[in-house]
Write a protein of this length. Structure first.
Length: 275
């Protein structure tokens, strides 16, 4: 497996290298997940030639995030979570691991969702799966937005907001559902749509990459399930948008240079709320 890397871009005046974009993926035992994330990051590099883009995982795949940050000592890095809402990983794991990285100036971008570009990616994947764009407002149509699930109420609010945005884009009801930790399940959401006369229901995969939960959700509606968001062009644009917004939001805040035992930086946590 190969993917492209670039050296940090150095300003024309010979100053310090530009900030590094560190994409933070969850990690999965599904080998297709890593291939998908690498393809997404290649799209990001194509959109921003010269930007140094690295990858770090929270678990299950290498490089793990601490390994990636260890290779960036003396650098300025923006961590962009390839996660779709606020939850434990975004609120706790990323700030803690950034704070523990010795010699790295870190900023943390907001998670990818909710955002209109995510809705564009969801819409594109649904069309690929057979959704008829002419079916806007179709009386028998509906969509289940299948997400991983979280006990964090902010994560649930983010998923519901995306569902409302997608419903506005499609003109049909969109019901959020979850693979774990929350209800309803995807089968229950499909039954609820059918009970309301929405028998032509699709499952929109609210996952960045393939994995166990994404496969379980797709199995609930075989033949009418969209692929995970993956390397959709809108996803690459969104990664760069989050990177740019994190830099802009922190322009007047000094980057954090934590020691190995430093607590999670307050300014990094505050950046998570930036849209």
């Amino acid at each position: 497996m190969t993917h492209r890397t670039r050296q940090p871009a150095r300003p024309a005046d010979g100053g310090a290298p530009a900030p590094v974009l560190v994409a933070v993926a969850h990690g999965s035992r599904d080998p297709e997940a890593l291939r998908t994330v690498l393809a997404l990051l290649d799209r990001v590099r194509d959109l921003r030639p010269g930007l140094d883009v690295r990858l770090g995982h929270i678990e299950l795949n290498r490089p793990l995030l601490p390994e990636t940050l260890d290779g960036l000592r003396g650098s300025d890095a923006v961590l962009v979570p390839l996660l779709l809402g606020r939850g434990h990983h975004v609120k706790r794991d990323l700030p803690a691991r950034a704070a523990a990285a010795p010699g790295v100036h870190t900023r943390i971008a907001a998670p990818l969702g909710p955002h209109p570009l995510l809705v564009e990616a969801l819409y594109g994947r649904l069309v690929e799966a057979g959704w008829d764009p002419a079916d806007r407002g179709g009386r028998g149509a509906g969509v289940v937005l299948a997400a991983a699930g979280s006990r964090d109420p902010d994560a649930a609010r983010d998923t519901r907001r995306t569902a409302r945005m997608l419903a506005g884009r499609l003109g049909v009801p969109v019901v959020p559902a979850y693979a774990s930790a929350a209800t309803p399940t995807v089968p229950a959401a499909l039954r609820a749509l059918a009970a309301g006369g929405r028998h032509r229901a699709f499952v929109a995969s609210y996952f960045t990459a393939p994995g166990r939960f994404a496969s379980a959700c797709a199995d609930a509606a075989p033949g009418r399930s969209a692929a995970p968001l993956g390397a959709h062009p809108a996803m690459a644009r969104l990664v760069l948008h989050r990177f740019d917004r994190a830099l802009s939001a922190s322009a007047d805040v000094p980057p954090v240079t934590p020691g190995p035992c430093a607590p999670a930086p307050a300014d990094a946590v505050s950046l998570l709320a930036s849209a």
